[in-house]
Design a protein around this ligand. Structure first.
Ligand SMILES: *[C@@H]1O[C@H](CO)[C@@H](O)[C@H](O)[C@H]1NC(C)=O
Ligand SMILES: [Ca+2]
Ligand SMILES: [Ca+2]
Length: 423
C-alpha cells in the first residue's frame, strides 16, 4: 500500500515537473504530507490538460477533513501570487524577489478613535508626518534569512537559548509528548526545545518546502541584525502603519473596511474556532508564501496576517495627540512593538489584523508566528553582505547592553511574552 502511494505521488511529481508549473510542484509538496495511508490517488490527475493540479477533486470517498483540506488547497492556489497577478505559467523564480517599493512621504492618521482592543493603546488617533522610504514588498522569507545565515554565520537567539514558542496545533505528537510546560494564560503556546527558524515545529521539522514563507522564530535582535546586514533597518511603528494603510485614510485593513471584499480573502488569518479548529478557508492553516494574497495600494504583501512583524519602537500605550514628524516611539522600554497579526488571528480572540492594532514582545522573544520586514531610506539594490564582526558590532551598538540583560531575563520572558499576547 505504502509503495503504491509513493509511486502514485512520484508519477504525479514527474508529471508536474515536466509541465514546469510551480503551482503543481507546490501542491504536490502539500500532497505528500496530507495523503493518508488509506487513500488512493485517484486517476483524476491525468484528466485536465495541465496536470490536474488546479482541480484536485478526487473520485471516490473523501472524509470531511479531507474535503476541508482539499478546499483549502484550492484556496491556496486561488490566493497564490501567480493567480493574483494573472501571471500563471510565468517564470516562478520571480515569485519571491528581493524587492523594495517606494513609500512616498506624507501625513496620515495613526491609531484609531474606535479601538478594537483599547488596552493595546490603539488610540487616540493622531496626525503623523513620515518622510519617504523604501520597504520590502514582502516579509523576510526563509530563503532571504538563509542567505544571511550563510553569509554571516549568524546564530539566532532561539538557537542560543535552545527553545522557542510553537503553537501546539502545529506540533507532532512525538514533540508534544516531551513538553511539560505551557503558558498558563495561553496554553496553546508551548516552549519547544530545538525549535528555531530552520526547525519551526521543533527538531523533527524543516523548512525545505517553505523557503518562500516568512522566516519565524526570530527575535527583535535577530531581525535587527538581518536588516543591518542587508543595509536596511526595521521600520518604526509609524512607518509600518503608514505603509500598511497603503494610501487609504482611516480604514481598518490595508485594502479598506470590508474584511472579505467580493467574498474573497485578502489575508492569511484564522477561519473557524480558535484555537481548536482552523478550516483553512483562505488556503492556509499555517504560514503562506510571502507574496500570496493581493498587495495593498503601495504594492506591499501580507502587511496584516501571515506573520507578525517587528518594528523598532519600544512599547508604550500612551500617545500624545500632538502632530509628530517621523516619531520613533519612547526612548526606552521593556518590550518592542509588533504589528499586523498573524495566520493565528481570529476576531474572537485576536482582532489585531488591522493597521492600527499593535502588540508587544520582549526583544529576545521568538515564536512560530512572528517575523519581520525591513525598510531603508535609500533604495538597496544589491544586498550588502557585511562580515559577521561588523554585523555584531553594529547590532550590539544598536541594542546596547540589552543582550546580557536578556540572557538573565529569558525564563521570565518566556512566560511573560505570551501572557499579554495570546494570539
Ligand atoms: C546556503 O548554504 C547551503 C549549504 O551550503 C546551500 O545549500 C544553500 O543553497 C544556501 N542558501 C542560500 C539561500 O544561499
Ligand atoms: Ca489561514
Ligand atoms: Ca505580516
Amino acid at each position: 500500500m505504502g509503495i503504491a502511494i509513493l509511486m502514485s505521488s512520484w508519477v504525479f511529481v514527474v508529471v508536474c515537473l515536466s509541465s514546469i508549473d510551480l503551482i503543481c510542484t507546490e501542491t504536490v509538496a502539500e500532497e505528500l504530507v496530507t495523503v493518508s495511508e488509506t487513500e488512493t490517488i485517484a486517476s483524476s490527475h491525468s484528466k485536465s490538460s495541465s496536470c490536474g493540479c488546479h482541480s484536485l477533486k478526487r473520485d471516490g470517498l473523501v472524509s470531511v477533513d479531507r474535503e476541508a483540506s482539499l478546499l483549502s488547497e484550492q484556496a491556496a492556489v486561488k490566493y497564490s501570487k501567480r493567480l493574483n497577478d494573472g501571471m500563471e505559467g510565468q517564470d516562478h523564480r520571480k515569485d519571491c524577489p528581493e524587492e523594495m517599493v517606494l513609500i512616498p512621504a506624507g501625513e496620515f492618521l495613526m491609531g484609531t478613535n474606535n479601538p478594537g482592543i483599547p488596552q493595546d493603546g490603539e488610540g487616540p488617533q493622531r496626525k503623523v508626518h513620515v518622510d519617504q522610504f523604501y520597504m520590502d514588498v514582502h516579509e523576510v522569507s526563509n530563503q532571504d534569512f538563509q542567505k544571511f545565515v550563510n553569509a554571516t554565520g549568524h546564530v539566532t537567539e532561539a538557537e542560543k537559548f535552545g527553545d522557542s514558542f510553537v503553537f501546539d496545533g502545529l506540533l507532532s505528537e512525538a514533540v508534544k509528548s516531551q513538553i511539560t510546560q505551557a503558558v498558563a494564560a495561553a496554553p496553546w503556546w508551548l516552549p519547544v526545545r530545538g525549535a528555531d527558524w530552520s526547525h519551526p515545529e521543533g527538531p523533527d521539522s524543516n523548512i525545505a518546502d517553505r523557503m518562500d514563507h516568512p522566516v519565524l522564530h526570530v527575535s527583535w535582535s535577530d531581525a535587527t541584525a538581518y536588516c543591518t546586514w542587508a543595509g536596511k533597518r526595521l521600520p518604526t511603528e509609524a512607518e509600518w502603519e503608514y505603509a500598511c494603510r497603503g494610501g487609504l485614510s482611516d480604514r481598518l485593513y490595508p485594502w479598506g473596511n470590508n474584511l472579505h471584499p467580493k467574498g474573497q480573502h485578502y489575508a492569511n488569518l484564522w477561519q473557524g474556532e480558535f484555537p481548536t479548529y482552523n478550516t483553512g478557508e483562505d488556503g492556509y492553516t499555517k504560514t503562506s508564501p510571502v507574496m500570496s494574497f493581493p498587495a495593498n495600494g503601495y504594492g506591499l504583501y501580507n502587511m496584516v496576517g501571515n506573520a507578525w512583524e517587528w518594528t523598532s519602537d519600544w512599547w508604550n500605550v500612551h500617545h500624545t495627540t500632538d502632530e509628530l514628524h517621523n516619531p520613533k516611539g519612547p526612548e526606552t522600554g521593556h518590550d518592542r512593538v509588533k504589528k499586523g497579526g498573524s495566520y493565528m488571528c481570529h476576531k474572537s480572540y485576536c482582532y489585531r489584523y488591522r493597521c492600527a492594532a499593535r502588540s508587544q514582545n520582549t526583544p529576545d522573544s521568538s515564536a512560530s508566528n512572528l517575523g519581520f520586514r525591513c525598510i531603508s531610506e535609500k533604495k538597496v539594490d544589491l544586498m550588502l553582505q557585511l562580515p559577521e564582526w561588523m554585523v555584531s558590532w553594529s547590532s550590539a551598538k544598536l541594542i546596547g547592553g540589552f543582550v546580557l540583560q536578556a540572557e538573565s531575563l529569558h525564563w521570565n520572558t518566556l512566560q511573560r511574552s505570551t501572557s499579554g499576547e495570546t494570539c
